[in-house]
Design a binder for this molecule. Structure first.
Ligand SMILES: [Cu+2]
Length: 124
């Protein structure tokens, strides 16, 4: 009986000590951050969501075909501390995003800097 309780306590401690998703979600391992990619496009929609916000950007490829890119940016809280509001980037805006592209080749970027049409540059 004493052993069972000890195992139960050990199990509970493991659960408590495990890294929480809120600490782990910042991982950029799926993105090639060492070789930044820049895309320019027109915002289709913005998801002002936790843990990270997303901008869906319509980008013309080199053949002139518009493709949607998923632009992952930081948390709304981080963005607010870096000069953003939830309407800083909105549908129809032309913006420039720089960051690491998804290593699997998907049209997705973990964007660390956004340049707005008016020239303002914001960390993201
Ligand atoms: Cu994060």
């Amino acid at each position: 009986m004493r052993i069972k309780i000890a195992i139960l306590v050990a199990g509970l401690l493991l659960v408590v000590a495990a890294p929480s998703p809120s600490l782990a979600h910042h991982s950029v391992s799926m993105y090639d951050m060492a070789n930044p990619t820049t895309v320019v496009g027109v915002v289709g929609r913005v998801e002002w969501t936790n843990p990270h916000a997303y901008v869906y950007l319509n980008v013309k490829n080199d053949k002139g075909v518009v493709e949607e890119w998923a632009i992952e940016i930081n948390s709304p809280n981080f963005l607010k501390h870096n000069g953003w509001t939830n309407s800083t980037v909105k549908a129809g805006d032309t913006i420039t995003c720089t960051g690491g592209r998804a290593k699997d080749g998907a049209r997705s970027i973990r964007c660390t800097g956004v340049k707005l049409a008016n020239g303002l540059e914001l960390r993201s």
